[in-house]
Ligand binder design. Structure first.
Ligand code: GDP
Ligand code: MG
Length: 319
């Protein structure tokens, strides 16, 4: 028998949806990209860059894990913040398993306790990983794992439910950056899923429309190049995508809230916008594996984050 054949019989195959939950900046998007082995979620040193529920699909010989990259759960600040929290909560309710990611480079905080409490009350099946293990020397690892174990177990044990038998949640240590510990993690996630068939083709990495991925790549470059100056008031809309010979021609608008932000995004003599466009174009070419021509425009839409109509126009769920 050929030893490369899957060792798992079709009857033992597992599949399901996994909500990736965690405070902003713990490394959810980085881990998603690491696990799926292709760039499907944008990452940024600026917190709260994930606005859409991107799915990464990870297929192994024994399982198919469909990951939802949810925005970090946190206390809402304005309308957009509330939407993010709501969509994260909805995501938790729709999945087979919750995968909670924590940041090992920091001690547990109030934000973590808030999420843990939400999950304990919901009685979800939960797997936990402490990320950024590459920043911990061997001595610190045990201490940090102990601190997080304490946070998860809480003063009172979680009540047993149908989906959560009241066992302590499994705790893993990993690095989304180096990939350390991710193999064991994938195994644990797979075994925590119900038996079931492939939900997507075995070679799929995401079910998101291409246009949304391209918009996220442009937004990632805006955040990367402008940093603190234009933080969360940026949205991107791809207006047109056309095959132009061997190239894909993309026309997109970067939407900001204020004229001052427009000036920053464009930069002196258009320098900043050129850098953003070049970065985005290179990422797009990598994603699509072919040449891309990208044209960017910048538009001011005052207070788009507070207007339900504007949010809907820019693709954010307004129900
Ligand atoms: P998200 O908000 O949870 O999606 O976080 P991101 O994936 O956008 O990551 C936030 C920041 O943490 C980025 O600067 C990442 O490069 C960094 N980061 C993510 N995972 C790791 C890790 O395992 N080790 C280290 N050292 N940094 C990481
Ligand atoms: Mg993210």
């Amino acid at each position: 028998m050929d030893s490369t054949l899957p060792v798992v019989s079709p009857n033992d195959f597992r599949s399901g949806f996994v909500a990736l939950i965690g405070r902003p900046n713990v490394g959810k998007s980085t881990l998603l990209n690491q696990l799926v082995g292709s760039k499907v979620a944008i990452t940024s040193p600026v917190a709260q860059t994930t606005r859409h529920r991107l799915r990464g699909i990870l297929t192994t010989p024994g399982a198919q894990i469909v990951l939802l990259d949810t925005p970090g759960i946190h206390k809402p600040h304005h309308l957009l913040g509330e939407r993010l929290v709501r969509s994260a909560r909805t995501a938790i309710g729709e999945v087979d398993l919750v995968f909670l990611l924590l940041d090992g480079s920091q001690p547990p905080g109030g934000g973590d306790a808030f999420i843990v409490e939400l999950l304990r009350q919901g009685g979800f099946a939960v797997q936990v990983a402490v990320n950024k293990s590459d920043q911990l020397d061997p001595d610190r690892r045990l201490a940090v794992a102990g601190q997080y174990r304490q946070l998860l177990d809480g003063p009172v044990a979680a009540p047993a439910t149908a989906t959560n038998p009241g066992q302590p949640w499994p705790l893993h240590l990993c690095s989304a950056l180096t990939g350390e510990g991710t193999e064991a993690l994938v195994k644990a996630l797979s075994l925590a899923l119900p038996l079931g068939p492939h939900l997507y083709p075995a070679d799929a990495v995401t079910d998101q429309p291409e246009q949304l991925l391209l918009e996220e790549l442009i937004r990632e470059q805006v955040l990367h190049h402008t940093r603190e100056e234009v933080p969360h008031s940026v949205a991107v809309r791809v207006e047109r995508m056309e095959e132009d010979g061997p190239r894909l021609a993309v026309l997109a608008t970067v939407v900001v809230e204020r004229t001052s932000q427009k000036a920053i995004v464009i930069g002196k003599g258009g320098q900043m916008l050129r850098r953003i466009g070049e970065g985005a174009r290179l990422s797009m070419q990598k994603l699509l594996d072919g040449p891309v021509y990208l044209e960017l425009f910048v538009k001011v839409v005052p207070h788009w984050r507070r207007s339900p109509t504007r949010l809907a126009e820019l693709g954010y769920n307004t129900d």
